[in-house]
Design a binder for this molecule. Structure first.
Ligand code: NAD
Length: 479
Protein backbone atom coordinates (compact mmCIF):
# COMPACT_ATOMS: atom_id res chain seq x y z
CA UNK A 1 0.00 0.00 0.00
CA UNK A 2 1.26 3.47 -0.86
CA UNK A 3 2.44 5.72 1.94
CA UNK A 4 -0.15 8.27 3.11
CA UNK A 5 0.68 11.95 3.64
CA UNK A 6 -1.65 14.22 5.59
CA UNK A 7 -2.24 17.93 5.74
CA UNK A 8 -0.81 20.08 8.53
CA UNK A 9 -3.43 22.35 10.03
CA UNK A 10 -3.21 24.20 13.35
CA UNK A 11 -0.21 22.12 14.42
CA UNK A 12 -1.94 18.76 13.75
CA UNK A 13 -1.58 16.25 10.96
CA UNK A 14 -5.05 15.71 9.51
CA UNK A 15 -6.42 13.34 6.89
CA UNK A 16 -8.18 14.87 3.91
CA UNK A 17 -11.60 14.11 2.52
CA UNK A 18 -9.94 12.19 -0.35
CA UNK A 19 -6.44 11.41 -1.65
CA UNK A 20 -4.37 12.42 -4.65
CA UNK A 21 -2.12 9.71 -6.04
CA UNK A 22 1.31 11.19 -6.82
CA UNK A 23 3.02 9.23 -9.60
CA UNK A 24 6.58 9.20 -10.87
CA UNK A 25 6.64 10.49 -14.48
CA UNK A 26 9.84 8.49 -15.14
CA UNK A 27 8.08 5.26 -14.16
CA UNK A 28 4.31 5.47 -14.01
CA UNK A 29 4.10 2.20 -12.06
CA UNK A 30 5.83 3.92 -9.15
CA UNK A 31 3.49 5.69 -6.72
CA UNK A 32 5.36 8.31 -4.69
CA UNK A 33 2.54 8.46 -2.19
CA UNK A 34 -1.10 9.26 -1.55
CA UNK A 35 -1.50 12.88 -0.52
CA UNK A 36 -4.47 14.19 1.45
CA UNK A 37 -6.90 16.46 -0.35
CA UNK A 38 -8.45 19.08 1.88
CA UNK A 39 -12.09 20.00 1.34
CA UNK A 40 -13.44 23.53 1.70
CA UNK A 41 -14.06 23.11 5.45
CA UNK A 42 -10.44 22.03 6.03
CA UNK A 43 -9.19 24.95 3.98
CA UNK A 44 -11.25 27.24 6.24
CA UNK A 45 -9.82 25.51 9.31
CA UNK A 46 -6.29 26.19 8.03
CA UNK A 47 -7.12 29.86 7.46
CA UNK A 48 -8.68 30.12 10.93
CA UNK A 49 -5.60 28.52 12.53
CA UNK A 50 -3.31 30.95 10.72
CA UNK A 51 -5.48 33.88 11.77
CA UNK A 52 -5.47 32.80 15.41
CA UNK A 53 -1.67 32.39 15.41
CA UNK A 54 -0.93 35.78 13.86
CA UNK A 55 -1.06 38.14 16.89
CA UNK A 56 1.53 36.20 18.86
CA UNK A 57 3.82 35.33 15.93
CA UNK A 58 3.84 38.84 14.47
CA UNK A 59 4.90 40.44 17.75
CA UNK A 60 7.08 37.64 19.17
CA UNK A 61 10.86 37.29 19.41
CA UNK A 62 12.66 37.96 16.16
CA UNK A 63 15.59 35.89 17.40
CA UNK A 64 13.27 32.92 17.76
CA UNK A 65 11.95 33.48 14.23
CA UNK A 66 15.47 33.69 12.85
CA UNK A 67 16.49 30.52 14.70
CA UNK A 68 13.52 28.57 13.35
CA UNK A 69 14.17 29.58 9.73
CA UNK A 70 17.87 28.84 10.15
CA UNK A 71 17.11 25.36 11.52
CA UNK A 72 14.80 24.66 8.58
CA UNK A 73 17.42 25.82 6.08
CA UNK A 74 20.14 23.76 7.74
CA UNK A 75 18.00 20.60 7.71
CA UNK A 76 17.05 21.04 4.05
CA UNK A 77 20.73 21.47 3.13
CA UNK A 78 21.76 18.47 5.22
CA UNK A 79 19.07 16.35 3.50
CA UNK A 80 19.49 17.82 0.01
CA UNK A 81 20.31 14.49 -1.63
CA UNK A 82 17.21 12.80 -0.20
CA UNK A 83 14.92 15.78 -0.90
CA UNK A 84 16.44 16.19 -4.36
CA UNK A 85 15.70 12.53 -5.06
CA UNK A 86 12.09 12.99 -3.96
CA UNK A 87 11.81 16.03 -6.25
CA UNK A 88 13.31 14.16 -9.15
CA UNK A 89 11.00 11.22 -8.52
CA UNK A 90 7.78 13.22 -8.36
CA UNK A 91 8.50 15.94 -10.94
CA UNK A 92 10.92 14.34 -13.37
CA UNK A 93 13.84 16.74 -13.41
CA UNK A 94 17.20 14.99 -13.26
CA UNK A 95 18.76 14.04 -9.94
CA UNK A 96 21.47 16.76 -10.10
CA UNK A 97 18.78 19.32 -10.95
CA UNK A 98 16.61 18.06 -8.08
CA UNK A 99 19.48 18.18 -5.59
CA UNK A 100 20.45 21.66 -6.81
CA UNK A 101 16.90 22.87 -6.29
CA UNK A 102 16.75 21.36 -2.79
CA UNK A 103 20.04 23.09 -1.94
CA UNK A 104 18.60 26.35 -3.16
CA UNK A 105 15.52 25.91 -0.97
CA UNK A 106 17.79 25.53 2.05
CA UNK A 107 19.77 28.62 1.09
CA UNK A 108 16.56 30.60 0.75
CA UNK A 109 15.50 29.72 4.31
CA UNK A 110 18.93 30.69 5.60
CA UNK A 111 18.88 33.97 3.67
CA UNK A 112 15.54 34.94 5.22
CA UNK A 113 16.71 33.80 8.67
CA UNK A 114 19.28 36.58 8.30
CA UNK A 115 16.75 39.05 6.96
CA UNK A 116 14.62 38.71 10.11
CA UNK A 117 17.18 40.66 12.12
CA UNK A 118 18.13 43.02 9.30
CA UNK A 119 14.73 44.56 8.68
CA UNK A 120 15.30 48.29 8.96
CA UNK A 121 13.04 51.31 8.98
CA UNK A 122 13.70 55.01 8.55
CA UNK A 123 13.69 57.92 10.95
CA UNK A 124 13.32 61.40 9.50
CA UNK A 125 12.82 64.93 10.72
CA UNK A 126 9.32 66.25 10.21
CA UNK A 127 8.60 69.49 8.36
CA UNK A 128 6.90 70.43 11.64
CA UNK A 129 9.60 71.38 14.15
CA UNK A 130 9.81 69.12 17.16
CA UNK A 131 8.04 66.21 15.50
CA UNK A 132 9.80 62.96 14.54
CA UNK A 133 8.75 60.71 11.68
CA UNK A 134 9.39 56.99 11.64
CA UNK A 135 8.73 54.67 8.72
CA UNK A 136 8.53 51.01 9.66
CA UNK A 137 7.44 47.76 8.04
CA UNK A 138 4.84 45.49 9.61
CA UNK A 139 3.56 42.04 8.70
CA UNK A 140 0.32 41.74 6.75
CA UNK A 141 -1.52 38.88 8.44
CA UNK A 142 -2.47 35.53 6.91
CA UNK A 143 -0.80 34.91 3.55
CA UNK A 144 -2.23 32.39 1.08
CA UNK A 145 0.47 30.76 -1.05
CA UNK A 146 -0.46 28.89 -4.25
CA UNK A 147 2.38 27.15 -6.09
CA UNK A 148 3.00 25.22 -9.35
CA UNK A 149 4.54 21.80 -9.91
CA UNK A 150 7.68 22.71 -11.83
CA UNK A 151 9.84 23.99 -8.93
CA UNK A 152 8.10 22.06 -6.16
CA UNK A 153 10.65 22.78 -3.44
CA UNK A 154 12.18 26.15 -4.44
CA UNK A 155 8.96 28.06 -5.10
CA UNK A 156 7.20 27.03 -1.86
CA UNK A 157 10.42 27.95 -0.02
CA UNK A 158 10.79 31.36 -1.63
CA UNK A 159 7.25 32.19 -0.56
CA UNK A 160 7.12 30.50 2.90
CA UNK A 161 10.50 31.78 4.14
CA UNK A 162 9.91 35.52 3.61
CA UNK A 163 6.26 35.27 4.69
CA UNK A 164 7.33 33.83 8.06
CA UNK A 165 10.48 35.94 8.35
CA UNK A 166 8.52 39.18 8.19
CA UNK A 167 6.02 37.96 10.82
CA UNK A 168 3.10 36.66 8.77
CA UNK A 169 1.30 33.35 9.15
CA UNK A 170 0.83 31.02 6.21
CA UNK A 171 -1.49 28.62 4.46
CA UNK A 172 0.14 26.97 1.45
CA UNK A 173 -1.61 25.01 -1.29
CA UNK A 174 0.95 23.25 -3.49
CA UNK A 175 0.28 21.84 -6.97
CA UNK A 176 -1.49 18.48 -7.22
CA UNK A 177 1.15 17.09 -9.59
CA UNK A 178 4.04 17.43 -7.16
CA UNK A 179 2.88 17.88 -3.54
CA UNK A 180 5.63 15.71 -2.01
CA UNK A 181 8.29 18.39 -1.67
CA UNK A 182 5.89 20.87 -0.05
CA UNK A 183 4.84 18.11 2.34
CA UNK A 184 8.52 17.45 3.19
CA UNK A 185 9.07 21.17 3.91
CA UNK A 186 5.93 21.15 6.08
CA UNK A 187 7.24 18.16 8.00
CA UNK A 188 10.54 19.97 8.65
CA UNK A 189 8.68 23.13 9.71
CA UNK A 190 6.47 21.05 12.04
CA UNK A 191 9.57 20.14 14.09
CA UNK A 192 11.30 23.51 13.92
CA UNK A 193 9.61 25.14 16.91
CA UNK A 194 6.80 27.13 15.26
CA UNK A 195 3.73 27.79 17.41
CA UNK A 196 0.68 25.84 16.12
CA UNK A 197 -1.14 27.58 13.27
CA UNK A 198 1.77 29.76 12.12
CA UNK A 199 2.35 27.46 9.16
CA UNK A 200 -0.38 25.33 7.57
CA UNK A 201 -0.26 22.94 4.63
CA UNK A 202 -3.56 22.45 2.81
CA UNK A 203 -3.05 20.17 -0.18
CA UNK A 204 -6.04 19.86 -2.45
CA UNK A 205 -7.64 21.01 -5.64
CA UNK A 206 -7.12 24.52 -6.96
CA UNK A 207 -10.86 24.88 -7.44
CA UNK A 208 -11.47 23.97 -3.78
CA UNK A 209 -8.50 24.94 -1.58
CA UNK A 210 -7.09 27.57 -3.94
CA UNK A 211 -10.46 29.23 -4.35
CA UNK A 212 -11.06 29.18 -0.59
CA UNK A 213 -7.80 31.07 -0.02
CA UNK A 214 -8.61 33.56 -2.75
CA UNK A 215 -12.13 34.20 -1.47
CA UNK A 216 -11.50 34.35 2.30
CA UNK A 217 -11.60 37.82 3.86
CA UNK A 218 -9.20 36.46 6.49
CA UNK A 219 -6.44 35.95 3.91
CA UNK A 220 -4.83 39.37 3.66
CA UNK A 221 -2.52 38.65 0.75
CA UNK A 222 -2.03 36.01 -1.95
CA UNK A 223 1.23 35.02 -3.59
CA UNK A 224 0.69 32.85 -6.67
CA UNK A 225 2.98 31.22 -9.20
CA UNK A 226 1.48 29.29 -12.08
CA UNK A 227 -0.15 29.72 -15.44
CA UNK A 228 -1.53 32.93 -16.92
CA UNK A 229 -5.23 31.91 -16.93
CA UNK A 230 -5.18 30.84 -13.27
CA UNK A 231 -3.24 33.95 -12.32
CA UNK A 232 -5.67 36.24 -14.09
CA UNK A 233 -8.68 34.66 -12.43
CA UNK A 234 -7.04 34.85 -8.99
CA UNK A 235 -6.11 38.51 -9.54
CA UNK A 236 -9.65 39.48 -10.55
CA UNK A 237 -11.14 37.89 -7.43
CA UNK A 238 -8.42 39.14 -5.08
CA UNK A 239 -8.64 42.70 -6.32
CA UNK A 240 -12.43 42.63 -6.06
CA UNK A 241 -12.03 42.13 -2.30
CA UNK A 242 -8.95 44.43 -2.15
CA UNK A 243 -6.50 41.71 -1.12
CA UNK A 244 -2.84 42.28 -1.87
CA UNK A 245 -1.75 39.97 -4.68
CA UNK A 246 1.49 38.93 -6.31
CA UNK A 247 1.50 36.79 -9.46
CA UNK A 248 4.36 35.05 -11.26
CA UNK A 249 3.15 33.47 -14.46
CA UNK A 250 4.29 32.36 -17.87
CA UNK A 251 7.07 33.29 -20.22
CA UNK A 252 8.09 33.10 -23.87
CA UNK A 253 11.64 34.07 -23.22
CA UNK A 254 13.86 35.19 -26.11
CA UNK A 255 17.52 34.31 -26.50
CA UNK A 256 19.30 36.50 -29.06
CA UNK A 257 22.42 35.04 -30.66
CA UNK A 258 24.49 37.60 -32.59
CA UNK A 259 27.07 37.00 -35.31
CA UNK A 260 29.90 37.94 -32.94
CA UNK A 261 28.88 35.33 -30.32
CA UNK A 262 31.33 32.70 -29.17
CA UNK A 263 29.77 29.62 -30.77
CA UNK A 264 30.35 27.09 -27.93
CA UNK A 265 28.93 29.61 -25.43
CA UNK A 266 25.91 30.21 -27.64
CA UNK A 267 25.24 26.48 -27.98
CA UNK A 268 25.60 25.83 -24.23
CA UNK A 269 23.43 28.79 -23.30
CA UNK A 270 20.72 27.76 -25.77
CA UNK A 271 20.72 24.06 -24.91
CA UNK A 272 20.74 24.60 -21.17
CA UNK A 273 18.23 27.42 -21.21
CA UNK A 274 15.81 25.82 -23.63
CA UNK A 275 15.87 22.14 -22.76
CA UNK A 276 17.24 21.44 -19.29
CA UNK A 277 14.60 20.62 -16.68
CA UNK A 278 12.73 19.29 -19.74
CA UNK A 279 12.04 22.90 -20.80
CA UNK A 280 9.48 23.09 -17.98
CA UNK A 281 10.70 26.41 -16.64
CA UNK A 282 8.95 29.74 -16.79
CA UNK A 283 12.36 31.19 -17.69
CA UNK A 284 13.13 28.70 -20.50
CA UNK A 285 14.39 30.25 -23.75
CA UNK A 286 11.80 28.94 -26.16
CA UNK A 287 12.48 31.57 -28.87
CA UNK A 288 16.03 31.68 -30.19
CA UNK A 289 16.57 34.73 -32.40
CA UNK A 290 19.70 34.39 -34.52
CA UNK A 291 21.46 36.74 -36.96
CA UNK A 292 22.46 35.39 -40.43
CA UNK A 293 26.27 35.27 -40.03
CA UNK A 294 26.10 32.57 -37.33
CA UNK A 295 22.69 31.02 -38.06
CA UNK A 296 23.65 27.87 -39.98
CA UNK A 297 26.65 26.99 -37.81
CA UNK A 298 24.62 27.60 -34.65
CA UNK A 299 21.66 25.49 -35.77
CA UNK A 300 23.94 22.62 -36.83
CA UNK A 301 25.81 22.74 -33.52
CA UNK A 302 22.64 22.86 -31.40
CA UNK A 303 21.04 20.00 -33.35
CA UNK A 304 24.31 18.03 -32.99
CA UNK A 305 24.40 18.65 -29.25
CA UNK A 306 20.74 17.65 -28.82
CA UNK A 307 21.42 14.31 -30.51
CA UNK A 308 24.01 13.53 -27.81
CA UNK A 309 21.72 14.28 -24.86
CA UNK A 310 20.27 11.33 -23.02
CA UNK A 311 16.53 11.50 -22.40
CA UNK A 312 15.72 8.92 -19.75
CA UNK A 313 14.56 8.15 -16.24
CA UNK A 314 15.28 11.26 -14.16
CA UNK A 315 16.79 9.20 -11.36
CA UNK A 316 19.44 7.49 -13.50
CA UNK A 317 23.03 8.73 -13.48
CA UNK A 318 23.85 10.10 -16.92
CA UNK A 319 20.35 11.32 -17.78
CA UNK A 320 20.47 14.84 -19.23
CA UNK A 321 16.75 15.37 -19.71
CA UNK A 322 14.04 13.68 -17.67
CA UNK A 323 10.47 13.00 -18.71
CA UNK A 324 7.66 15.46 -19.26
CA UNK A 325 5.68 15.85 -16.03
CA UNK A 326 2.52 13.99 -17.10
CA UNK A 327 0.41 12.69 -19.95
CA UNK A 328 -1.53 15.91 -20.34
CA UNK A 329 1.59 18.12 -20.63
CA UNK A 330 3.10 15.59 -23.05
CA UNK A 331 -0.04 15.91 -25.17
CA UNK A 332 0.32 19.72 -25.15
CA UNK A 333 3.97 19.49 -26.23
CA UNK A 334 3.12 17.06 -29.04
CA UNK A 335 0.22 19.25 -30.16
CA UNK A 336 2.55 22.26 -30.45
CA UNK A 337 5.04 20.21 -32.45
CA UNK A 338 2.24 19.50 -34.94
CA UNK A 339 1.20 23.18 -34.86
CA UNK A 340 4.78 24.23 -35.66
CA UNK A 341 4.95 21.87 -38.64
CA UNK A 342 1.56 23.04 -39.92
CA UNK A 343 2.65 26.68 -39.58
CA UNK A 344 5.61 25.97 -41.88
CA UNK A 345 8.52 25.80 -39.43
CA UNK A 346 10.97 22.94 -40.03
CA UNK A 347 11.58 20.41 -37.28
CA UNK A 348 15.34 19.70 -37.46
CA UNK A 349 15.79 17.72 -34.25
CA UNK A 350 13.76 15.59 -31.83
CA UNK A 351 10.09 16.07 -31.10
CA UNK A 352 9.35 12.34 -30.80
CA UNK A 353 7.92 10.37 -27.96
CA UNK A 354 10.52 7.77 -26.99
CA UNK A 355 10.34 4.53 -25.00
CA UNK A 356 12.72 3.76 -22.18
CA UNK A 357 13.23 0.81 -19.81
CA UNK A 358 10.68 2.32 -17.41
CA UNK A 359 7.29 3.52 -18.70
CA UNK A 360 7.25 7.33 -18.65
CA UNK A 361 6.50 10.47 -20.63
CA UNK A 362 9.72 10.79 -22.62
CA UNK A 363 10.02 13.33 -25.42
CA UNK A 364 13.20 13.99 -27.38
CA UNK A 365 14.16 17.72 -27.34
CA UNK A 366 12.63 19.43 -30.36
CA UNK A 367 14.24 22.21 -32.40
CA UNK A 368 12.37 24.14 -35.08
CA UNK A 369 14.04 26.47 -37.55
CA UNK A 370 12.50 28.89 -40.02
CA UNK A 371 9.98 30.12 -37.48
CA UNK A 372 8.54 33.62 -37.61
CA UNK A 373 7.44 35.86 -34.76
CA UNK A 374 3.80 35.49 -35.74
CA UNK A 375 3.71 31.69 -35.41
CA UNK A 376 1.96 30.20 -32.41
CA UNK A 377 5.10 28.21 -31.50
CA UNK A 378 6.88 31.59 -31.21
CA UNK A 379 4.12 33.32 -29.25
CA UNK A 380 2.53 30.82 -26.85
CA UNK A 381 4.18 29.24 -23.85
CA UNK A 382 4.58 25.51 -24.57
CA UNK A 383 6.29 24.52 -21.29
CA UNK A 384 8.17 21.56 -22.71
CA UNK A 385 11.46 20.68 -24.46
CA UNK A 386 10.49 22.57 -27.62
CA UNK A 387 12.28 25.67 -28.97
CA UNK A 388 12.22 27.52 -32.26
CA UNK A 389 14.85 29.51 -34.13
CA UNK A 390 13.81 32.76 -35.79
CA UNK A 391 16.25 34.48 -38.12
CA UNK A 392 16.70 38.26 -37.68
CA UNK A 393 18.62 40.39 -40.17
CA UNK A 394 20.57 42.35 -37.52
CA UNK A 395 20.68 43.32 -33.84
CA UNK A 396 17.94 45.93 -34.13
CA UNK A 397 15.52 43.49 -35.69
CA UNK A 398 16.51 40.83 -33.11
CA UNK A 399 15.79 43.23 -30.24
CA UNK A 400 12.43 44.18 -31.73
CA UNK A 401 11.53 40.49 -32.09
CA UNK A 402 12.72 39.76 -28.54
CA UNK A 403 10.31 42.40 -27.24
CA UNK A 404 7.45 41.39 -29.53
CA UNK A 405 5.65 39.24 -26.94
CA UNK A 406 2.96 39.57 -24.33
CA UNK A 407 5.43 38.18 -21.78
CA UNK A 408 8.48 39.74 -20.12
CA UNK A 409 10.11 37.40 -17.62
CA UNK A 410 13.67 36.69 -18.80
CA UNK A 411 15.56 37.74 -21.94
CA UNK A 412 19.03 36.66 -23.01
CA UNK A 413 21.73 37.62 -25.47
CA UNK A 414 24.93 35.88 -26.51
CA UNK A 415 27.46 38.37 -27.84
CA UNK A 416 31.07 39.46 -27.39
CA UNK A 417 30.10 43.07 -28.06
CA UNK A 418 29.94 45.38 -25.05
CA UNK A 419 27.90 47.79 -27.13
CA UNK A 420 25.14 45.27 -27.90
CA UNK A 421 25.25 43.70 -24.44
CA UNK A 422 24.80 47.11 -22.79
CA UNK A 423 22.06 48.16 -25.19
CA UNK A 424 20.20 44.87 -24.69
CA UNK A 425 20.39 45.12 -20.90
CA UNK A 426 18.77 48.55 -21.10
CA UNK A 427 16.17 47.84 -23.80
CA UNK A 428 15.03 44.24 -23.30
CA UNK A 429 11.50 44.42 -21.89
CA UNK A 430 11.97 41.76 -19.24
CA UNK A 431 12.36 41.56 -15.49
CA UNK A 432 15.61 39.62 -15.84
CA UNK A 433 18.28 40.01 -18.53
CA UNK A 434 21.04 37.49 -19.15
CA UNK A 435 24.24 38.19 -21.08
CA UNK A 436 26.14 35.04 -22.11
CA UNK A 437 24.30 32.97 -19.50
CA UNK A 438 21.07 30.95 -19.95
CA UNK A 439 17.70 32.70 -19.56
CA UNK A 440 16.89 30.12 -16.87
CA UNK A 441 18.97 29.77 -13.71
CA UNK A 442 18.85 32.56 -11.14
CA UNK A 443 20.39 33.40 -7.78
CA UNK A 444 18.43 33.18 -4.54
CA UNK A 445 19.46 36.53 -3.03
CA UNK A 446 18.32 38.95 -5.74
CA UNK A 447 14.87 39.85 -7.09
CA UNK A 448 13.02 37.46 -9.36
CA UNK A 449 10.10 38.45 -11.54
CA UNK A 450 8.98 39.89 -14.82
CA UNK A 451 7.04 42.53 -16.70
CA UNK A 452 4.04 42.63 -19.01
CA UNK A 453 1.94 39.45 -18.89
CA UNK A 454 4.53 37.46 -16.90
CA UNK A 455 4.16 39.06 -13.49
CA UNK A 456 1.92 41.28 -11.45
CA UNK A 457 2.76 42.98 -8.19
CA UNK A 458 6.10 43.34 -6.50
CA UNK A 459 9.15 41.13 -6.93
CA UNK A 460 9.92 37.91 -5.11
CA UNK A 461 13.20 36.92 -3.44
CA UNK A 462 16.10 38.78 -1.96
CA UNK A 463 15.47 41.92 0.09
CA UNK A 464 12.81 42.96 -2.42
CA UNK A 465 10.51 40.28 -0.97
CA UNK A 466 9.78 42.70 1.88
CA UNK A 467 7.76 44.84 -0.54
CA UNK A 468 5.10 42.16 -0.80
CA UNK A 469 5.23 40.52 2.61
CA UNK A 470 5.07 43.70 4.69
CA UNK A 471 3.09 46.91 4.81
CA UNK A 472 4.57 50.31 5.58
CA UNK A 473 3.58 52.42 8.58
CA UNK A 474 4.48 56.10 9.00
CA UNK A 475 4.42 57.28 12.63
CA UNK A 476 4.65 60.92 13.78
CA UNK A 477 5.72 61.67 17.36
CA UNK A 478 5.75 64.96 19.18
CA UNK A 479 7.42 65.00 22.59
P1 NAD B 1 -1.51 26.23 -12.79
O1 NAD B 1 -1.91 27.64 -13.00
O2 NAD B 1 -2.29 25.17 -13.44
O3 NAD B 1 -1.53 25.89 -11.24
C1 NAD B 1 -0.80 26.66 -10.28
C2 NAD B 1 -1.45 26.49 -8.93
O4 NAD B 1 -2.74 27.13 -8.94
C3 NAD B 1 -1.69 25.04 -8.53
O5 NAD B 1 -1.43 24.88 -7.16
C4 NAD B 1 -3.16 24.88 -8.83
O6 NAD B 1 -3.77 23.84 -8.10
C5 NAD B 1 -3.70 26.23 -8.43
N1 NAD B 1 -5.02 26.56 -8.98
C6 NAD B 1 -5.60 26.06 -10.09
N2 NAD B 1 -6.83 26.58 -10.28
C7 NAD B 1 -7.02 27.46 -9.26
C8 NAD B 1 -8.08 28.32 -8.89
N3 NAD B 1 -9.19 28.41 -9.62
N4 NAD B 1 -7.95 29.09 -7.79
C9 NAD B 1 -6.82 29.03 -7.06
N5 NAD B 1 -5.78 28.22 -7.35
C10 NAD B 1 -5.87 27.45 -8.43
O7 NAD B 1 0.05 26.15 -13.19
P2 NAD B 1 0.98 24.84 -13.22
O8 NAD B 1 0.57 24.02 -14.40
O9 NAD B 1 1.05 24.20 -11.88
O10 NAD B 1 2.41 25.48 -13.48
C11 NAD B 1 2.88 25.78 -14.76
C12 NAD B 1 2.81 27.27 -15.03
O11 NAD B 1 3.50 27.98 -13.99
C13 NAD B 1 3.47 27.71 -16.31
O12 NAD B 1 2.64 28.62 -17.02
C14 NAD B 1 4.73 28.43 -15.85
O13 NAD B 1 5.23 29.40 -16.73
C15 NAD B 1 4.31 29.01 -14.56
N6 NAD B 1 5.44 29.28 -13.71
C16 NAD B 1 5.82 30.59 -13.54
C17 NAD B 1 6.90 30.90 -12.76
C18 NAD B 1 7.28 32.33 -12.56
O14 NAD B 1 7.88 32.64 -11.53
N7 NAD B 1 6.96 33.24 -13.45
C19 NAD B 1 7.64 29.90 -12.13
C20 NAD B 1 7.26 28.58 -12.34
C21 NAD B 1 6.15 28.28 -13.12
Amino acid sequence: MAEQFRNYIGGEWVAGSSVNVNRNPSDTRDVVGEYAQADAAQAQAAIAAAKAAFPQWSTGSIQERANILDRVGAEIIARKDELGALLSREEGKTLPEGIGEAMRAGQIFRFFAGEVVRMAGEKLASVRPGVDVEVTREPLGVIGLITPWNFPIAIPSWKIAPALAYGNTVVIKPADLAPGCAWAIAEILSRAGLPPGVFNLAMGRGSVVGEALVASPDVTALSFTGSVPTGRSIAAKAIARMAKVQLEMGGKNPLVVLDDADLPTAVNVAVQGSYFSTGQRCTASSRIIVTPGIHDQFVAAVAGKLSTLRVDNAMLAGTDIGPVVDESQLGIDQKYIEVGKAEGAQLVAGGERVERATPGYYLSPALFIGATSSMRIAREEIFGPVACVIEAKDYDEALAMANDTEFGLSAGIVTTSLKYASHFKRHAQAGMVMVNVPTAGVDYHVPFGGRKGSSYGSREQGRYAAEFFTTVKTAYTAP
